[in-house]
Design a binder for this molecule. Sequence first.
Ligand code: AMP
Length: 511
Amino acid sequence: MNLATWVERHGRRRPGGPALATGERIHADWATFAARTAAAAAGLRDEFGLVPGDRVAIFMANRPEYLEALFAIWHAGLVAVPVNARLHHDEVAFVLDDSGTAVVLTDADHAGDVESLVGAVESLKAFTVVPGGDWDRITGARRASLVDRKPDDAAWLFYTSGTTGRPKGATLTHHNLMMMSLSHLADIDPVGPEDSVLHAAPLSHGSGMYALPHVARGAVNVIPGPGGLGGDELLSLLRCWPGMSFFAAPIMVKRLAADSALAGADLSALKTIIYGGAPMYLADLEDALAVFGPRLAQIYGQGETPMTITALSKADHGDRKNPRWSDRLQSVGFPRTDVEVRVVDEDDRELVTGEVGEVVVRGDVVMAGYWNQPVATAEALRGGWLHTGDVGSFDDDGYLTLRDRSKDLIISGGMNIYPREVEEVLLRHDGVGAASVVGRPDSEWGEAVVAFVVAAETGMPPPVEDLDRLCLDHIARFKRPKEYRFVDELPTNNYGKVLKRELRQLLREEA
Ligand code: AMP
């Protein structure tokens, strides 16, 4: 089934009901959303000569047209490539090239970047600024009928970096995303037309995923104003859009919980805050529970099995009488209904309760594979199980606690940073002989990027400003190290592999 069926269906069933909103203002009712989706699907097909299976990227900040674009792409049987709006020009070029993207739907703020890529990226034929002349013309055109999609047809290429440094497109099919949506309804919350979902986090990542169960059930999708969501804005949106849920990285939950506007406020219209994507410190979680009450649910997932490995339910958060309550709060919860989750050793043998090993997952939500990467796919999905790279253990009740990441991923401010990407940029400098990038615990950002740098044999350590400039020129701003440490050598094992564990340990001890 094509996921865009949902929009068409609600367009008939509740034509006048609100579907998309910007702040307190309705952007489109369901009939309009359905009409625009079907018209844009025709436009994409006819204007650009696209055929089912072709890739169309969405590179823009959150706005209601984002969802029109996403569902139009699916309506036309195309494959969406949502690109993080904060990526550097070169990183965007890589994603477009790797995915063979033919057309980019972008906004005015990102159009300059995209324009310079037409011609530079071989597959890229055109781009359209949304909203704007072309897009408005396209969405005003005649309507396309919904293109049939089989369960295994690709719907969303979710770019995630992995350990190799180069991002890979986790290929999520219509069936994967359907299962993810049903799993939300089974394990997190039922959803109905009286509900709303607020997209306070990027639609190219977690928040986009949460749009799906809400579109499926006819709830309204609300885009907050630009800038971070504050307590005052949340309160006025709650007055307008009750039954509200939103996805937030732990850092955002922490900031909201500390916002004085929310202290003692009436939050009865707030249904659920779903947090995840990075660990949340217990003290922060307790502060958040004091403000929001048991309206928090935690999810643990990854691009390769979107939002769906385990969840710590709202009921678990509220179960203070349970003697294991605080252990539970430090866990990532219980396996989701639609997946099998195991902890295995290095030879993929299942470990017993309490033993620590790699978390592996099997189920219908697990990606079809990495786009055009058979070797990486075979490695990640070996034996039919997705190897997450996360290290954890189960307790007697079946709750999973993450202990470490076997991948070297740094999560800062809810954004994933793969050290290799940063190291490769630093090594471009003639004055850098070796570099190793790790995360330092940081009470505000979760982790902060720290670069350990060894000067090239012949020279002095390069100036920090040079290294900073190099990073700004090649990678997204949020990946730039917050600190550079010049050292004589990096700790290595017998094979010469840098022992990042030791560097992390050093930083942890200092903290
Ligand atoms: P991504 O593919 O960008 O969604 O990143 C997935 C990674 O984020 C996982 O493999 C974990 O390392 C981490 N992660 C996701 N959810 C949680 C969570 N609830 N607690 C701790 N780490 C998490």
